[in-house]
Design a protein around this ligand. Sequence first.
Ligand code: GCU
Length: 675
Amino acid sequence: MCRVICLFLLLLPSLSKAEDGSRLWLRGKTDYHAIVSSNRKSPVIDVAVQELQTQWAGGKVQLVVSSGKAFENLGKDGFMIVGNKDSGVTIQALTEHGVLYGAYHLLRLQQTGAISGELNITETPKYAIRMLNHWDNLNGSIERGYAGRSLWKWEQLPDTISPRYKEYARANASVGINGTVLNNVNASPNILKDDYLRKVKILADIFRPYGVKVYLSVNFSTPSVLGGLADSDPLSPAVLQWWKDKVKEIYQLIPDFGGFLVKANSEGQPGPHDYGRTHAEGANMLATALKPYHGIVIWRAFVYAPNSDDRAKQAYHEFVPLDGKFMDNVIIQVKNGPVDFQPREPFTPLFGAMRKTPLMVEFQITQEYLGFSNHLAYLAPLFKECLDSDTYCNGAGSTVAKLTDGTLTPNPLTAIAGVANTGEDTNWTGHHFAQANWYCFGRLAWNHSLTSEQIADEWIRMTFTPDESFVKPVKEMMLTSRETVVDYMMPLGLHHIFAEGHHYGPQPWHEKASREDWTARYYHKADASGIGFDRTTSGSNAVSQYFPPLNETFNSLSACPENLLLWFHHVSWNHKMKNGRSLWDELCYKYDAGVQQVREYQKMWDRMEKYTDAERFQHVQSRLKIQSRDAVWWKDACLLYFQTFSNQPIPYNIERPVHELDDLKQIRLNLRNTN
Ligand code: GCU
C-alpha cells in the first residue's frame, strides 16, 4: 500500500506540471519520433524537420520544395498538404518558408484534433508581410507595454543570447508572422549606431531560420543627430548619401533586412515638414536608399496637428493629396481607426481614398485602451470589424481587407502590422488571455476570412484543453469580451475619455491640457443639451471623407449605427433610441450591462477550475477581479459625471453607483506601464 502511495506521490509533480504560460499555444507533446524526409537542406527546413520529428504523431512526412506551375500559384509562403495521417503526408511548397508554414499548419491541425481522413489542403497567405511592431525602447522599457520590460536585452547583446529570442521567433512562425520591427516608432537615433546594428544582426540571425525578417523604426533626424550633418532635409544630397551609406552598412550585416518604419511629423517626432517637404518626399528619399537591396519604407499616417481641425480628419487631409506620389517600395501604414486604437472606432477613411498607393492596416495588439494586461478582451472581433468594413469606394464589397490584400488594387506590396503585446513576463503577455491577441493577429494576417470564433476555438484547444466543457463557455466569454469592454468604458460611439497619459482608467472630466485634443472633453462634448462629437455636415464634416452611401448613413441621426452614434453626432439626452429608451437611459443600461457581463465571466471562470491548472486558473481569476472592480469604476465615473449634464436619474432597476464622483476625481494611478 505504502509503495503505491509513494509511487503516486512521485508521479504527482509531473501530473500537475506547472503551467506558467511560457509555452503559449505551443503545448503539443514533444516526445515523438516521426520519420521526416526532405529534398532540401537549409536552416529553415531544419526547423520544420525538427518540429515534425518531435511533435508529429502520425506516419512519415515528406517535405518537398519544388518549382513548376502548380507551385508558383502558392507564392512565396503558401503550401500544399496531401496524404493521410497514418500512411504518410507530403508538404509541398515553392519555397522553404512555405514548407515551414505547412509544418506548423499540420501540427496545429493535430493539436486541435482537426485531422481526419485524407488531407488535401492548399493555403496561401492574404498578406505578403505580416509583422509585429515593437514599441520597445533601447533602455529596456516599452511604450504601452504591459507585460514587463523588453524582450530585447540590448545591454547583453551581442554576446549573451537569451533563449527567448528563439522561442519568440518560433511562436511567430507558428502563426505565420514573418516580420518584426524591433524598436519604438518614437525612435532613438542610436538604433542606427554601429554597435546597435551589430546587436540587431544577432537577433536577425536567430530569427532567420523561422522566416522572421527584421525591420527598424528610424528617427527622421538621424543624419543630423547621429551623423553630424547640418540638417536632415530629405532633398539634400548629403542627407541622401548619409542614408545610402547607412543602409549599405545595414545590409552588409543583415543581407535580408526588411526596411524602415517611420513616424514622422507626428506627436513631436521630426520629419520632412521640418524642411517644408512632404511626406512623399521624405519617404521617397529613404526608399531610394533601400531600393537596391529590395528594402521597403513603411510610412505611418498617424498624424495630427495641434490645431482646431477635427483630429479624426487630419490624416486624410495630409495624405490623400499625396496619392500616387510615393515610390513603389513605400507602403503607408494606417491605424484601423481615425483617432487612436479606441475600443471602437469607425475605419479610417484613408482606406478607399488612396487607390494609387499601397496601404496597410496597423492594429494595436497591446491593450493601451482596453484595460492593459488586466482586462480580458479578445481582439479578433475588433480586428475583423475593421477588415470587414465596407468602404464602398468601388461599390458594395470594397472592404478594407480587399483594398489592402491586393484583391481590389494591384499593389506591389501587401502588409499588415500589429503593435506587439509581448514583454519579459513568463507568460509573454501579462494576461494569459492576451496571448490570444498575438495569436489571432497572426492567424488573421495569414487569412482574414477566418472567423473570430474559429481562431478562438483553435487557441483555446491548444493553450488550455480540448474539453468541450471548457472550450464552449470560454469561447463564449472571449467572443463577447471586446464588446463588454466597450460597454463599460465607451458605449454608443464614445471615445478617448481615458485618464490622461496612461490611458487606463476613466477621466471624462479631463478638460485642461496643452492641446485641446489631449483632453477628454474634446471627444465627448457633453453639455446640458446632450453628448457626442458632431462630425456631420453641420459639424466637423468628417462624414464627407467616407464614400456614399456611408457618408449619408453616418450623417443621418436615424440611420447612423447606434454603436457609432456619439462618434458622429451630438445627441440630445432625450433622443429616442431604436429600442425606445432615451439616450441617457440607454447609456446607463450599456454601462451596467458591461459590469454585469464581467461578473458573469467571473462566475463562469470559477466553474472552469476543474478543467485547468491551478496556476493559470488563479492568475486569470485574480485579473477578472480587477476587471470587475474597474468596470464598476468606469461605470460610476462616467455615469456620475455625465449625470451632471443630463440631470436625470440613473434608471432605478440598475445597480447603484458605489463611489462618489469627487472621490473618483482624486484617483491618481501609479501604473505598471514600463514606459
Ligand atoms: C498613441 C500612443 C503613443 C504612441 C502613438 C503612436 O498616441 O499613446 O504612445 O506613440 O499612439 O502610435 O505613435
